[in-house]
Design a protein around this ligand. Sequence first.
Ligand code: NAP
Length: 298
Amino acid sequence: MARILDGKQAAAALRERVRAEANALRADGVTPHLVMIRVGEDPASAVYVRAKEKASASTGIESRTSVLPAETSQEALAERIADLNRDPRVSGILLQLPVPAHISEEEMIAAIDPAKDVDGFHPISMGRLLLELPTFISATPLGILHLLAHYEIPVAGRRVVIVGRSRIVGRPLANLLSSRAAHGNATVTLCHTRTRDLGARTREAELLIAAAGRKRLITAEMVAPGAVVVDVGIHREPDPNRPGKQRLCGDVDFPAVSEIAGAITPVPGGVGPMTVAALMANTVAAARRQSGRSAPQR
Ligand code: NAP
């Protein structure tokens, strides 16, 4: 039976460190401040934003959410972002995605000051990541790095297979894990829908990261005995044990794969909590950098 990599526990440890740094900054007169912008009434977005507000409150970060009507024009949204860019009290700006179809996600992300881009989606942040320069690493990849570090899972020299090449998860993770940094030095294979014989690739993995957004895509036959499996997927489905209720599942067939794997993240309670805690870490780092202070020694 696989060891469970408990994201709630690892996220609590990360939040604790973030809280300590936020408190130290506050004692110095610097208040980390996250502003989230949500456009329209996407119910999943509302849930995610509430989780981020709660995590902010618990880590000593001030947070505020602007909820703009779905019909907000791109110009009005750009003006709102420009105001926040100029406001010296605001450390981090997060545009909750998706935005309504008449708004260009790319243009709006590019409108955020890279110094306040705590989501790490700005082209400058992404480019710096690719160049192995200090930057904001987007929250899910950063959360996964923290999770691996928390459980002392070695990465260097290992065969890593990532399923999914999205801009927010697979692609940055592939770069981070293959970088020359302490969290990197793995040999990474990045799979997608055009990959031939996905199972043959995933069976090569010592560390398998599933971020395809396909319910239970990864079955037990696709996993090497003893592999570490990180499940990024989040899906809602009817709960067979609680009629009328929903439950969450991931990209991995958890019951079967946990019989084979050496370690595995659950859904819920795996990568999700790490993502939120990593956003808090980025926000405090933003406040620190803007105030000209250097990173605390660990
Ligand atoms: P996305 O943008 O939809 O990208 C999915 C990627 O997976 C694409 O690169 C796609 O390949 C690939 N893919 C899809 N089906 C595949 C298959 N059958 N075989 C191989 N590759 C396949 O997804 P995302 O935004 O990265 O999200 C992925 C999942 O993670 C979703 O369930 C999402 O809800 C979840 N998520 C969770 C968190 C968290 O905090 N836990 C954060 C972000 C996302 P192509 O490029 O060829 O289309």
